[in-house]
Design a protein around this ligand. Structure first.
Ligand code: ZN
Length: 395
């Protein structure tokens, strides 16, 4: 019967949980992060597997000699966004452990090394760069850039690593760790209602939408909220309000998604007209052209060029791998294949040339990055079984 996925998740439930919101605050290179890593090492040790870190601080457990042949690696991440849910990330890690147990009980012997990976700092909640662990591993994020990033308290990533016992001098593309990954397979809770609408517990990822982050710097003139006539004001907040409405309309017109979820207002007083407003736009779509059109419309409404802070081109997962997965993971016929608008370490590895794939587990409400994120226990078990089937097919 293996180890119930729910039991493994329950063991993690208290770590990094905010007692007020019930959400998780599991940020990279913090005490909660270390505790999660220790839990992972303990579960692996109980199964006779050693955990090794790579140059970026990602964790790897291997069943079989990882240098004997390119391995099949299952994994995900354990960190969270602020007030994140219990499933985004951890479900993939615990499902990999549960799949390993299922396979061992069946007496399955992999023909090539089988790994379980925990990628560090996937959400980028602390230092602002998503998938930092996998990007450092592949070298698409330069070590010098990453180590100098600062958190809200001014602590650099390099300092945070050092105080967690990881030598920042090691950070850089890790050829040895990469060479060991022949195929990467990440199971993840779905962050939408695609599978719920299809009535399927498990699906296969086809790719990741292109997406990016842009900054709008809007300037005005600070003045007294109680004495300045409306006609005399230069209020950048009004410009932002218009830009937000335009973002929504342009996204709808282009079949894309656009969100302004972070705003910084100066001086930030209730009784002062803002002198400046900085806002961040997140835009995603099936095609780069659709995303660019949304950004152009928002720039036009804001009267300033949106500053691109990040851009991730579309990722197509290995089509042959996706087709093989769809054929074997479904309980009663082919599993649905669907794209996602969310970034993942699997996308970073795919972009770096590693054959990669994803499995999604149904999310009944589609809600994610929230304490309300949920997956039914039976669907979590179906995910672990699907992952075990995928390993039988691929390893
Ligand atoms: Zn995730």
């Amino acid at each position: 019967m293996g180890t119930p996925v729910g039991d493994l998740l329950d063991a993690l439930a208290p770590v990094g949980r905010d007692s007020g919101t019930g959400g998780y605050r599991r940020f990279a290179w913090t005490g909660a992060d270390a505790e999660l890593g220790e839990w992972f090492a303990g579960e692996c040790a109980a199964r006779g597997l050693d955990v090794v870190g790579d140059r970026a601080g990602n964790l790897w457990a291997w069943w079989g000699d990882p240098d004997s042949a390119p391995g099949l690696v299952l994994g995900s991440h354990l960190d969270s966004v602020p007030d994140g849910g219990a499933y985004d990330g951890p479900l993939g890690v615990v499902s990999a452990i549960a799949a390993l147990d299922l396979l061992r009980e069946k007496g399955f012997a992999p023909r090539r090394p089988l790994g379980v990976a925990v990628f560090r700092d996937e959400e980028g909640a602390r230092f602002g760069v998503a998938c930092a662990g996998s990007r450092l591993l592949t070298g698409t994020l330069a070590a010098g850039t990453a180590l100098g990033l600062r958190d809200a308290d001014g602590v650099t990533m390099g300092e945070a690593m050092r105080s967690s016992g990881h030598d920042p001098g090691l950070v850089g593309r890790d050829e040895e760790a990469l060479r060991r990954v022949g195929t990467y397979l990440e199971l993840h809770v779905e962050q939408g209602r695609g599978l719920a609408d299809l009535g399927a517990a498990v699906g296969v990822g086809s790719g990741i939408w292109p997406h990016g982050r842009w900054r709008l710097d809007l300037r005005g003139r600070a003045d007294h909220a109680g004495t300045t006539r409306l006609s005399d004001r230069d209020d950048p907040m009004l410009v932002l309000a218009e830009a937000i409405q335009v973002a929504r309309g342009a996204a709808a017109a282009h079949g894309a998604l656009a969100t302004i979820g972070k705003v910084r207002v100066l001086p930030g007083a209730v009784n002062a007209i803002p002198s400046s407003v900085t806002a961040w736009l997140d835009a995603r779509g099936a095609e780069p052209g659709a995303v660019r059109a949304v950004v152009a419309a928002v720039s036009g409404a804001a009267g300033c060029a949106a500053v691109e802070e990040s851009w991730t081109p579309p990722v197509a997962f290995d089509a042959d791998l996706a087709a093989r997965l769809a054929g074997v993971v479904g309980p009663g016929g082919p599993a649905p294949v669907l794209a996602t608008g969310a970034g993942h370490d699997a996308g970073v590895l795919a972009a770096a040339g590693v054959p990669a794939g994803m499995l999604f587990v149904r999310n009944p409400t589609g809600v994610s990055h929230s304490p309300a994120e949920h997956a039914e226990p039976a669907d979590c078990e179906a995910g672990a079984v699907a992952l075990a089937r995928a390993v039988e097919e691929l390893a």
